[in-house]
Ligand binder design. Structure first.
Ligand code: NAP
Length: 275
């Protein structure tokens, strides 16, 4: 049984480490491999895999919108997110698209901040790109009463709000304070802090003491954003928990069983990250 991840670049992806460790742990005769087609090669690759030559693909940047476009059926969350990170190839030739990033986000909260309740209050999402859109869609489905979308480029936040409905309120990054005071969680879905770059200059000190601070970035694991939150004694959730959280339902979709719980994939991922 074969599954894989497709992206450009893809060499940095931790997904093969997670899935291959789970395959070995479950005793499944299978392998999970990376693919990196050129910009126009994605559709050829996906079309060529119709019929179930392989079980499915996880999809990462820049192909998530293309993955939704190539599918014959898509889940509600993938349609709302306007992107898919999971394709499953049926043996009858059809391609099914899903987006497990939102599930991954919610599982990360369950694991690292189990006291948090999606319905308890507004959530502030920083960023208005693909990851933010998936997160907002998942938070709304999980019962968040209001989601602030706080972005450097206001127009993108406004577009996201227009697409996802009246519970989504756009705000420029310079006015983040307006979203922080009553937020039950603040989620960094921007790429600021990625690869050790500078973090966001936002007033996290204005958040409630119970507000959970989450960063989707996991390289480095301790971003300046999370470091600021920890210094303020806020509960935190990291991007690696989300990565593992989105991989779990993908594994089940590919191989028909949940990943074996006894395999410590977080430790393997941390080793790969040099932590
Ligand atoms: P994207 O579509 O390129 O969007 C990037 C977002 O970041 C935009 O809103 C952009 O604002 C903002 N941004 C970039 N640099 C900024 C800066 N210096 N200051 C303020 N805002 C900045 O990227 P994406 O796909 O949404 O991914 C966002 C992040 O989430 C990436 O770091 C990605 O690795 C991470 N991610 C993690 C997981 C996980 O499993 N942990 C899953 C998905 C994504 P403008 O609109 O103003 O340009």
């Amino acid at each position: 049984m074969v599954a894989g991840v497709v992206g450009r670049p893809v060499a940095h992806s931790l997904s093969p480490i997670l899935h291959n460790a789970w395959l070995a742990g479950a005793g499944i005769d299978g392998v999970y491999v990376p693919f990196t087609p050129d910009a126009r090669g994605f559709r050829r690759l996906a079309e060529g895999l119709r019929g179930g030559a392989i079980r499915g693909l996880n999809v990462t940047l820049p192909f998530k919108p293309d993955a939704l476009a190539v599918a014959d059926h898509a889940s509600e969350i993938a349609r709302r997110a306007a992107a898919a990170n999971l394709l499953v190839f049926d043996t009858d030739g059809r391609i099914y698209a899903d987006n497990t990033d939102g599930v991954g986000l919610l599982r990360a909260f369950e694991v690292q901040a189990p006291q948090w309740d999606a319905g308890a209050g507004p959530v502030a999402v920083l960023g208005a790109g693909g990851a933010a859109r998936g997160a907002v869609a998942a938070l709304l489905l999980a019962g968040a009463p209001k989601v602030w979308v706080v972005n450097r480029t206001l127009k993108s936040a406004e577009a996201l709000a227009a697409a996802l409905g009246p519970k989504v309120v756009p705000l420029p990054l310079a006015h983040a304070a307006g979203a922080f005071r009553d937020a039950s969680a603040v989620i960094n879905a921007t790429s600021a802090g990625l690869g050790g770059g500078p973090g966001l200059d936002v007033p996290l000190e204005l958040t409630r003491r119970t507000a959970v601070v989450m960063d989707m970035v996991y390289k480095p694991l301790e971003t300046p954003f999370l470091a600021q939150a920890r210094a303020l004694d806020r509960p935190t959730v990291d991007g690696l928990a989300m990565l593992i959280g989105q991989a779990e339902p993908s594994f089940e979709a590919f191989f028909g069983q949940p990943p074996p719980g006894e395999v410590d994939v977080r430790r393997l991922a941390l080793e790969a990250l040099g932590q």
